[in-house]
Design a protein around this ligand. Structure first.
Ligand code: ADP
Ligand code: MG
Length: 236
């Protein structure tokens, strides 16, 4: 595989959304068309902001991109593989092996330490504890929590909890990171710090990231932005 930029750009495409549509049944018997048309190509190492007003369908599009929800139409290619016709098991396997998720709320396991929260997903994926621990330590060090490995989530600040959630999302070395308002619960200063850390990590690891955010200052710092407007995904 080619390295660097310029040549073989398509070789760097990790996620493609093609003419994605999504509608939901409504109480009056009609359907709410949330996404009418969304095309998106994500390349290795790029960080793309997904913006749009509340209710515009950002979370819906992220769920579809992460194969947590089936669209009413369109195709999703992961590393060039079409997924629409795959069964649930195959979709789940692709999601587990190739994708990491970060949400607005951290959803860490409260009874386990920061280290264990990053070890456990690797063990679920079939790693031994012995193999999982060094990677968990390294990730937590990289998010600035090397001194907090043994802390439970309840003993960490909001920003620190999100840092653990980011380390956890990257625990299984996914090529794709999908984040839904990852700094939405944090104050301005903490948001900036967590975003900077996330950006460094994504670029260092060569992960492709799609990040929904309300925060236009943060969106501007990403490599590019796309906007959901009236059901269409447009270049911002
Ligand atoms: P955003 O994340 O941009 O705020 P969402 O994707 O959460 O937007 O929601 C977009 C629209 O789709 C909203 O009107 C929401 O009520 C609707 N919606 C989302 N999921 C469902 C669902 N499972 N069933 C019905 N309507 C839904
Ligand atoms: Mg949302």
């Amino acid at each position: 595989m080619s390295r660097g930029s310029g040549h073989a750009q398509n070789g760097n495409v990790v996620l493609e959304l093609k003419d994605i549509r999504q509608s939901f049944p409504q109480a009056d018997g009609g359907r709410l068309e949330v996404i009418r048309h969304a095309d998106l190509t994500l390349r290795r190492g790029e960080m793309v902001a997904l913006i749009g007003p509340s209710g515009s369908g950002k979370s819906t599009l992220l769920h579809i991109a992460g194969m947590l929800e089936k669209p009413s139409g369109g195709e999703i290619l992961v590393d060039g593989q079409a997924t629409a016709a795959l069964g649930d098991d195959a979709r789940t396997r692709i999601r587990r092996e190739k994708m990491g998720f970060v949400y607005q709320y951290h959803h860490l396991l409260p009874e386990f330490s920061a280290l264990e929260n990053v070890v456990i997903p690797q063990m679920i994926a079939g790693e031994t504890r012995r193999a999982a621990e060094p990677r968990a330590r390294e990730l937590l060090e990289r998010v600035g929590l090397g001194q907090r490995l043994g802390h439970r989530p309840g003993k960490l600040s909001g920003g620190e909890q999100q840092r653990v959630a980011i380390a956890r999302a990257l625990a299984n070395a996914p090529g794709i990171l999908l984040a839904d308002e990852p700094t939405g619960n944090l104050d301005h200063h903490t948001s900036d710090a967590v975003f900077r850390m996330l950006s460094d990590l994504v670029h260092d690891l060569g992960v492709a990231a799609l990040i929904a955010t309300h925060n236009l200052d943060i969106a501007q710092k990403m490599d590019r932005a796309v906007t959901l407007r009236d059901g269409e995904l447009v270049t911002a």
